[in-house]
Design a protein around this ligand. Structure first.
Ligand code: SF4
Length: 1021
């Protein structure tokens, strides 16, 4: 069970106050108090006065002010305080362009809070400098004196020296300390003009008042204790005790009584685990949690795991899977409370594992959607992905998700990279008629919300109300049934709107864009997590004192580089001042003392304690923290003893560890033991030989009365990978269009094809080409490209090929002003490439262009293929050549393999007849312009090889023989497509650019590397 230390229980029973460092620890202490009351049989009890230090100081200042504290200004709300820092930091850095002012303001505010906590006077120098500056000669009295800070920091010569040092550094313009001092001073001045103050600035005044009232350091705590109004009540008043502080900050020392140290006789000896790596460490923790819960269903565990948030999420999943895999598999949330078949403790899944802390409110999906909506409405542009996410989000009342997904699809085809509200409504107006009603509904919501939001300048209160009204016009957060967490999120969002409205006192009138931006920033700095239950396992990232006593604590990640924690002084406060004030993070000694204090706290806060460190992080070898050394030896000994009695072998446990074995077999009811060493549920439930693999590589037949879909692409894909052909052409799994910069690849190809068609319809043959001078040829190419561009622009749904509203200097001066800059550039590029191709064509033997864009049909294996052949040349040497333009990247051609690289050329060959003597792709790219093909003899086309004859056969027979081979290959591909063959059988390299990898399960076929977890399923298509 989770328990409050006896001393804290006594304090609460006397009606006193317990003050802890963070709201998370306050929550834990309240849970411990509730558990104690329940154990005593209580059903109702008074709320214990357990507060985080910030909440307690705020309350005491408010009480002090409410009961006649003289000259106490109004207390700023947290939002107001943030806003003043934000504004003053922005003003102080107005000349710096690259500063993230929001982040800077937050860092400055934190530095100011740290300085206040440790009594570092950061204002004195700035005040002096301002007074001495002529322009500031009329400035009022500095807030330092007004709030008693100078008085508080001038006690003794060492503090005077410290103040002098700080002043010297803060007096140097351009230093971080000077910036902090300037911004702090500006904030104080703004506070005075508002008749308000921050909590931190009033704490010294509070301490002075308590001291004047005659309270001693310990007794003064009584001045702030109790549930009533603030009063000095001497030693009889309920106590205020601070617990969980590794170092009690100076500002608290005169206000509270530190909790007594727990006797060292109550400290447990920790077990030390050295894990192979970070993943192994997580698995050991999860396994250990499972063992703890099996031994005691009422256990309460704290796990401290510093590092990235994702690691804690992963650990939480592992623990849930380890403790209750059956519930995880069925996906049931709250449990019934009955025992599982294998005797595991029945624990409702919702109360099994919680992660302390929270994430920025702005990152919670429902709030992120609301903020995006406000951002669009205020005229901010966003990229296509942002629009797409907004349209597809589940927080709409109407239209439904299907029409919104279709609208998204339609917008993708418009290829616009950036949208603002006007662009979006314009795009919605141009969607196909089937989507018109959904588009109209969204447009109407946008128009209504825009009206409700309004523009110009208004007070934060007005903006807060308008934001709410605008979101209501969209029906945010939608009609979807919300779980408790989402409901709490929505409530917190509306609270934040109210807090934003309270900025009206600090900012009378702000513009719409500033209001939206600042509200977003406020949401970003507001951490939120829905209220947690009394969970079995609590995971925290903070290396902090637990405050309450747990049954078991595991602290992970204690390698030498992380524990003691690295020295990290605040960059805005002079280092000397931090050292002199005893800020633990500022010195190695401070960090060491902090680490030792933490070890003591952990040892006295748990019945069982495990300290662990990974011995490797990716490629980096890690050593355990030297502070663990004294316990490693005893853990080693324990392991050896367990090995002797056969509990486990040392080989099974590569490092020192505490009691439980790593893998105690499956937690499901039946089956052979799970693979040792892994807790991942898929690995644990995998049973060799119990899964039946069924090869099902054949789908539905293609109706032969219809031509094959997409012409020769069906053969192309069937050749690449039968499953991809089936997925893309039969199941419609085509990749979503995504806007890209410049001209889309398909439009680029269309432009090139159309221009070449027009050019050869004028030139006709090699003689026509040879007859033109270079200048005349350039002019002809230019005309053809211009005509092709006009056609492409007319036929394209894309906005990107249309004239730009903003004139482009390059386009106006050197290109057709009717085209967009991108299309103009593409035209110049196409002219250059076609010019290079014509130079190559001039080297060829005489030819005549017999047809361009020839439409024809091939019937093979009962399948009908409609084809369009780019170009067919009649050759002077006899026969014809098939040419296929390619504007994309080129691979190495393979004509002789089982899966030749250009099935479409083979299909053209099969369609055109026996007089075809060569075929080639014509690659027209910036990298190269070349023919790449095969012919009955070499050099029939530039650099194209002749077909290879088998050894000992007549070379003249090779071409007819291969023609037959290629035709039969085409027949096989067509027959396979018609039959619906859909095996996952990719050609080498085919998966590299395939979009259906997520559904073909190709990864199941890749042999797992040694140490990989086994694959789970079959290989069906
Ligand atoms: S990813 Fe590979 S195996 Fe899967 S469908 Fe695509 S080409 Fe075939």
């Amino acid at each position: 069970m989770i328990r409050l230390p006896t001393e804290l229980n006594e304090v609460l029973q006397q009606g006193g106050t317990v003050i802890v460092p963070s709201r998370q620890r306050a929550h834990a202490a309240r849970l411990a108090h509730a558990a104690a009351e329940l154990r005593r049989g209580q059903r109702v009890w008074a709320t214990p006065d357990i507060l985080s230090v910030d909440a307690w100081l705020t309350r005491e200042v408010e009480r002090y002010a409410a009961t006649g504290g003289t000259n106490v200004p109004r207390l700023l709300s947290p939002a107001e305080e943030w806003f003043l820092w934000r504004q003053c930091a922005a003003e102080a850095t107005g000349e710096l362009e690259l500063v993230n002012r929001g982040a800077l303001a937050e860092a400055l505010r934190r530095a100011s809070a740290l300085a206040a906590e440790f009594g570092i006077d950061i204002l004195r120098a700035a005040t002096t400098r301002r007074r001495s500056a002529p322009a500031d000669s009329t400035a009022g009295v500095g807030s330092t004196e007004a709030l008693g800070l100078a008085e508080a920091s001038d006690n003794g010569s060492s503090q005077t020296a410290l103040a002098e040092q700080t002043a010297a550094l803060a007096d140097e313009p351009g230093t971080e300390a000077a910036l902090l001092a300037d911004v702090q001073l500006a904030v104080d001045e703004r506070c005075r003009s508002l008749g308000a103050a921050t909590v931190a600035s009033l704490v010294p005044q509070l301490a002075s008042a308590a001291a004047r009232a005659g309270a001693t350091a310990a007794g003064s705590a009584a001045a702030f204790g109790g549930a009533g109004a603030w009063s000095v009540r001497g030693a009889e008043a309920p106590p205020a005790v601070a617990s969980g502080f590794l170092v009690l900050p100076p500002r608290l020392r005169s206000l509270v009584t530190p909790a007594r140290d727990v006797p060292s006789t109550e400290a447990v000896v920790p077990n030390v685990v050295i894990a192979t790596d970070e993943l192994d460490e997580l698995e050991r923790i999860a396994e250990w949690c499972r063992t703890q819960v099996q031994h005691n269903a009422e256990v309460r565990i704290l796990i401290t795991l510093p590092g990235a948030p994702g690691t804690r999420e992963r650990l939480a999943t592992l623990i849930r899977q380890a403790i209750n895999p059956a519930r995880w598999l069925t996906g049931s949330g709250a449990g019934s409370g009955s025992a599982t078949a294998d005797g595991q403790a029945a624990v409702p899944a919702d109360s099994l594992v919680v992660i302390e802390g929270g994430s920025p409110l702005s990152q919670i999906p429902a709030v992120a959607h609301a903020l995006s909506t406000l951002s669009w409405l205020s005229g901010n542009p966003g990229d296509f992905e942002a629009v797409s996410n907004w349209l597809r989000a589940p927080y709409w009342m109407s239209p439904g998700e299907v029409p919104r997904a279709r609208l998204d699809l339609s917008l993708r085809e418009r290829e616009r990279m950036q949208f603002n509200l006007r662009d979006l409504t314009g795009a919605l107006a141009g969607v196909p008629s089937a989507l018109a009603s959904a588009a109209k509904e969204i447009t109407s919501q946008i128009n209504k919300a825009t009206l409700l939001l309004g523009q110009g300048a208004a007070s934060p209160r007005d903006w807060s109300e308008r934001f709410r009204a605008a979101l209501e016009a969209f029906g945010w957060p939608g009609e979807r049934a919300r779980d408790s967490g989402e409901q709490q999120t929505v409530v917190r969002f509306y609270e934040l709107l109210d807090e934003f409205g309270q900025l009206a006192a600090a900012a009378r009138s702000i513009s719409r864009s500033n209001a939206v931006q600042w509200f977003g920033e406020l949401a970003t700095r507001t951490a939120f997590r829905p209220a947690d239950d009394d969970a079995v396992v609590t995971i925290t990232s903070a290396l902090a004192a637990p405050v309450v006593r747990y049954d078991a604590i595991w602290v992970a990640g204690l390698h030498a580089e992380a524990f003691p924690q690295p020295v990290q002084p605040d960059p805005f406060i002079p280092l000397a001042a931090q050292l002199a004030a005893g800020v633990p993070a500022a010195s190695a000694n401070g960090r060491l003392a902090e680490a030792r204090a933490l070890l003591t706290q952990w040892r006295t806060s748990a019945d069982t304690l495990v300290l662990s460190a990974p011995s490797r992080a990716e490629d980096l070898e890690l050593l355990p923290s030297p502070l663990l050394a004294e316990w490693i030896h005893s853990s080693e000994k324990a392991i050896a003893e367990q090995a002797i009695v056969g509990e486990l072998t040392l080989a099974e446990r590569p490092a020192f560890a505490e009691g439980p074995t790593l893998a105690e077999g499956p937690t499901l009811a039946e089956g052979p033991p799970a693979a040792p060493g892994s807790l991942w549920l898929p690995t644990r439930i995998h049973r060799e030989g119990l899964l039946e693999t069924v090869e099902d590589g054949v789908g539905v037949q293609w109706p032969v009365e219809k031509p094959l879909p997409s012409g020769t692409r069906s053969l192309e894909l069937q050749n690449q990978c039968p499953f991809r052909a089936y997925a893309e052409l039969r199941l419609g799994s085509t990749p979503l269009d995504a806007p890209e910069p410049g001209i889309a690849a398909d439009l680029r190809g269309q432009l090139l094809h159309a221009a070449l068609q027009k050019l050869w319809s004028r030139l006709h043959d090699s003689q026509g080409l040879a007859a033109l001078s270079n200048y005349a040829l350039e002019a002809a190419i230019h005309r053809c490209v211009e005509e092709a561009a006009s056609e492409t622009q007319r036929n394209s749904p894309s906005q990107r090929t249309r004239p730009s509203a903003v004139s482009d200097a390059q386009g106006d001066l050197f290109g057709n002003p009717q085209y967009s800059p991108a299309l103009t550039r593409e035209c110049r590029r196409a002219e250059k490439l076609i010019g290079a191709l014509c130079a190559l064509e001039r080297e060829r033997a005489a030819f005549r262009v017999e047809s361009t864009e020839l439409e024809t049909t091939l019937t093979v294996s009962g399948a009908r293929l409609n084809m369009r052949i780019d170009r067919v040349d009649a050759l002077e040497t006899g026969g014809r050549a098939i040419l296929d333009y390619k504007s994309g990247r080129r691979g190495t051609a393979d004509w002789y393999g089982e899966r030749p690289s250009h099935p479409q050329l083979l299909a053209y060959l099969a369609a055109l007849g026996d007089d075809v003597t060569g075929m080639a792709t014509v690659n027209v790219t910036a990298r190269e312009v070349r023919f790449d093909g095969i012919a009955n003899v070499g050099e029939l086309l530039p650099k194209v090889k002749g077909v290879e004859a088998d050894f000992g056969t007549d070379p003249g027979d090779a071409w007819p023989k291969w023609r037959q081979e290629w035709r039969s290959r085409i027949e096989q591909l067509a027959a396979a497509f018609v039959a619906g063959r859909a095996a996952v059988d990719p050609k080498p390299g085919a998966c590299d650019y395939c979009h259906v990898a997520s559904i073909c399960r190709i990864s199941d076929r890749v042999a797992p590397a040694e140490g990989d977890e086994p694959a789970l399923g079959g290989e069906d298509a």
